[in-house]
Write a protein that binds this ligand. Structure first.
Ligand SMILES: [Zn+2]
Length: 293
């Protein structure tokens, strides 16, 4: 089994991939369509995304399974196909990654707020179990619990990954700056609270994703590093705040704009760097160029 932790041991900075959702829409995914059904209906397109990130120089690719929790798939009446869609997601990224790159099985929020008892905790946990087992069976090297804002949900996903697979686990939360200048998730969680909880649950790698761009990501990483000096940190930053122009959504940060800040992010303490919404293979290529020459 391949270990990301091991690959980081000598201080090497690894490069992850870029956006998936925005890329799928570019390839024709309609608004309101289930992205994960494409693992079956548009396998070639999904594979082309994973391949384009590997070709750009990514050391790892994620999987098209962000929204493949059964609770979330219910919106499309696809809840009974959760295992199939997660397994296919991992198989596709595995095919693109080959044996010498990592595959990170993506797990996003299930879409229900646990604190509000919208869905029983056991059902949420069971859905994460299905996802991690299928991603593992499909060939993922690690599980990436991402875009989290609530501790209880993130902890359930990490625990499921640790209990039902032997894979390493990454967990990233999404932060925004409050009016008081602090970084908090939508549910009010600080980086320090996140770190304590997700490490106790078993996360091997921590970090932040999505959000509003590179500049603020550096501040988030500073806060993470203030609370934790040693745990590897992964960052998937958005290409800025999207601007809607007519029918188009434009992400303002170009590969060049992000490239010039890559080293600042690494100096702040990031071990794995990639992009989220709006980032493309060109952004990844720029990161690779900046870090590897
Ligand atoms: Zn994002």
């Amino acid at each position: 089994m391949k270990s990301i932790l091991k690959a980081l041991e000598n201080g090497k900075v690894l490069i992850s991939d870029g956006g998936w959702g925005t890329y799928l829409h570019q390839l024709g995914l309609e608004v309101g369509e289930c992205p994960e059904i494409w693992n079956v209906t548009h396998r070639k397109e999904v594979l082309s995304i994973a391949k384009s990130y590997i070709d750009a120089g990514s050391d790892m690719v994620l999987t098209n399974s962000f929204g493949a929790h059964p609770v979330r798939l219910k919106h499309y009446n696809l809840q009974d196909r959760a295992f199939e869609l997660n397994e296919a997601a991992a198989q596709i990224s595995r095919e693109a990654a080959g044996d010498d790159h990592f595959v990170l099985g993506s797990i996003g929020p299930c879409g229900a707020i646990l604190m509000m008892n919208e869905v029983p905790e056991e059902e949420v946990y069971d859905g994460f179990r299905i996802q991690v087992e299928a991603l593992s069976k499909g060939g993922a090297d690690a599980i990436c619990v991402e875009t989290m804002s609530a501790i209880d949900e993130a902890v359930l996903a990490i625990r499921a990954a640790k209990e039902f697979t032997d894979l390493e686990v990454v967990c990233t939360f999404t932060y925004n700056k409050t009016v008081h200048g602090y970084y908090r998730t939508m549910m009010g969680v600080s980086p320090e609270e996140m770190i304590k909880a997700v490490k106790a649950a078993g996360a091997d790698i921590i970090g932040a994703n999505c959000g509003i761009g590179f500049e603020q990501m550096i501040e988030v990483v500073n806060e993470i590093r203030e609370a934790d000096k040693t745990t590897p940190v992964l960052v998937h930053a958005n290409a800025g705040i999207p601007v809607v122009k007519g029918a188009e959504t434009i992400f303002p940060e170009t590969p060049e704009m992000m490239r010039v800040r890559v080293k600042d992010l690494v100096n702040a303490g990031v071990n794995i760097i990639g992009g989220c919404c709006g980032t493309t293979p060109d952004h990844i290529r720029a990161f690779v160029h900046e870090l590897r020459g």
